[in-house]
Design a protein around this ligand. Sequence first.
Ligand SMILES: [Ca+2]
Ligand SMILES: [Ca+2]
Ligand SMILES: [Ca+2]
Length: 411
Amino acid sequence: MPFNPLGNPALVVISDATDAPIITTSAGLPNGLKGMLYSYSLSAVGGVDPYTWTVVSNALPSGLSLDENTGVISGTGSVACVKSFNVKVSGLDGRATTNAFLLRIVPPGQLPYTETFENAGNIPEGWTELTTDRANWTFRSGSPIVSEGGLPTAAHTGSYNACLFYANNSDYNTSKLISPMLNLGVGTTNATLSFWLCMSNIGSWQDRLQVYYKSAPEADWTMLTSFTTTLSSWTNIVLALPNPSSRYYIAFEGWARYGAGVCIDDVMVTGDLVMSAYEVWKADAFGSDVGNDLITADGADPDGDGIVNALEYAMGFDPLTVDTEGLPYGGLTAGYLTLSFRMDKNAVDAGVLYEVEACTDLILQDWSTNNISPLPFGDSNAWWQAMYQHDAPVTNAPQRFMRFKVTLPTP
Ligand SMILES: [Ca+2]
Ligand SMILES: [Ca+2]
Ligand SMILES: [Ca+2]
């Protein structure tokens, strides 16, 4: 670590020409959202700059690229997937370091989730209201009675906040404003709800808010906390969300009677989402049905095409459309029995194991991977067209059967 060669003794140069640059970005990159612009900068220290950044093994999620000069990964992820890849950073002197990275492109509905209520005064898409009384949530700027001293005078951000207000009855009128189903994933840590609340009083009249969650559509609501006292300016509320699941709901239940209204804005749900590549594929394919085992189990076949979900994934098919193109096929090639099938590249990258077996007797079921050899694979953009042969010529055996099986990686 020599002193700055320009001679300023107060400055120490971090780089050392004898070392390679060291990547300081940690392996797990922030998730990207499918269809949304992604940008994240890799960084390194040491070595001799300027650096050159290159992907040296495997590939980035499709739609993303690495800028070789800046180390910025950017673009719009077009496919929900999980990709691991290696990036090399080289200093000007050619010394280089390579690190492994993991990047998930997850479908919408995953974390982080935000709602700003900017929907032209209407309830946002996917939100519902469950009211048992006379009051309804409205979407407006601030309290409905600013002219009488009600607060807030405006939305926390933008032009709209949600508000439950009622002034025609001294009993509480309650209504739940319910989020869309949120996929908090499995094994997520630090699931957190953040929102802004303003709930001012008029004279001695005070509205209330109770916040609820449930981990499944069929579950009962569980109360997280309640607010019963005046908050006369926008206040950030942060709550831990227990029992994260892939079918999670949050409800804001206002209790309104003569107060200035229960006003909320800028709802955000965050967490360290942990999803396997297969879970990402399922979340993308099944949307709000995720968690419904009748549709999404590995062995389920919701489109009725005879291909179960695990195989739809492994072969790059659509689990909700009857697939007729690209099905596995067998045949004879130069006197050998062959079997050909698609291997989706994202599934291959995620560690799905494809095994080809043969047997001579379906009653004995003597399946074995012996004497099976790969032939050259075809390369489509999205999949490999795998081709395997059984190494005994068909003239040597009157009957033979081949099959392949896939094993999903353990999450
Ligand atoms: Ca807003
Ligand atoms: Ca199917
Ligand atoms: Ca299908």
